[in-house]
Design a protein around this ligand. Sequence first.
Ligand SMILES: [Fe+2]
Length: 202
Amino acid sequence: MPAHPPGEDTEFLPYGDRHLGKEMVGQILDPSKELQEDHRQARDGLLDLLKACQERDLKKAREIVAFIDAVAGPHWRWEEEGLYPALRQLSEDLAHSLLREHDEVIEGVARLTELFKRRGVSRYAPTDWAEAAGLVPRLLYHVATCDGLVIMMEKLGEDELFSLRQAIFLARHQGLTLLEWARQRRETTLLQWEEAHRRQTA
Ligand SMILES: [Fe+2]
């Protein structure tokens, strides 16, 4: 496993000059626990969303979708900027399949947000509720597969875990929602992925 001295590497954690000191990331002690706690929130939100769709509770559905967008933003970001680049050293295929799952999740949350824009429950047809409920299983599937990464994280070294803690801290500190992050920053991350892949296979 290659070493990535904190503060020196810019490929592993694509934040350029925005590396943080140990004292600042000290509050993020265990990335695995952070990963699982985020997933629990997403899981519960998604299960509640299914219930809200069954009960056609528009206010609740809108609140939950906004909550998922908010929780998922920093989480998806630190995964793509910190965790997945680390895991790709263990398995390139795994990292790429997780990225593709993220594509689907972003599309799903964007569609849910779009669906629940309309005010007034009378504006919703049964097919709208069915469509919203139908998007949930795919999102839950990703939460479940992503949670399985804890077993892979056990194979990361100290330097990688430190960089991961930085990524978690920064993503939460900046606090972009999932859709904001997808619009504003994700393309840059994906370009860095492609560039790293090109260098590896050259
Ligand atoms: Fe995740």
